[in-house]
Design a protein around this ligand. Sequence first.
Ligand code: SAM
Length: 224
Amino acid sequence: MTPETPAADPKSNPNPPPGEPGSGAAPRGPDWWLMMKAFLTQGRKIASFAPSSGFMARKMIDGIDWEQARCVVELGAGTGPITAQLVKRLRPHTRAVVIELDPTLCGRLQARFAGVPNLDVIQGDATRFDAYLAERGIPQVDHVLSGLPLPSFPADLRDAVLETSARSLAPGGTFRQLTVMPLVYYRMYARYFDDVRFRFCPWNLPPGGVYVCRGFRGGAVPAK
Ligand SMILES: C[S@@+](CC[C@H](N)C(=O)[O-])C[C@H]1O[C@@H](n2cnc3c(N)ncnc32)[C@H](O)[C@@H]1O
């Protein structure tokens, strides 16, 4: 694993508490508490007050052909419920790149998945995930798994994530998006992809599901 942590700001607290940027220590407390705290302090940037259930995490990765997959990218991994499922299935020939913006949640990920071969956990902004891939010499990805709160992103950043994902996908690849508002954003994803399917997951808090999108429309994205 090669975590990317921004250089410490010299003006910042020299002794930050565990889990804060620069502390070098893993954040304490159960995953649900870390998510709840992040949600209470950052609201729409986090979008969910609890980590995804195991049912939801498995829905996200269901049907991936691990014999074929060479690279899987996860955007907005939170405390890592989907990463955990991913890691269980990773083959020696499959690389996984996991990106999380929040330093505390990313600290949990880095502590939890330290030493997992073929896994990069990056503290960074998923809207520039193509740059992280380029730095690692990864030209294409087989599957993009997004837990990002895309509907609450500014339209240009949401477009950037969807277009970059779509353009980075290998033939036959999928873009998968978590949601806790079943089917509400179906049309939004259908603007970018020819084939959008929704998998409902009642066993999550709150109930939600996963959009599985294939076949980037290419060229200019149709008008909203
Ligand atoms: C709804 S939570 C999903 C967390 C996790 N995937 C799960 O299933 O429990 C959304 C996550 O996206 C992260 N996030 C939001 N904006 C981001 C960005 N621009 N780049 C990377 N991560 C981001 C948040 O910090 C949060 O952890």
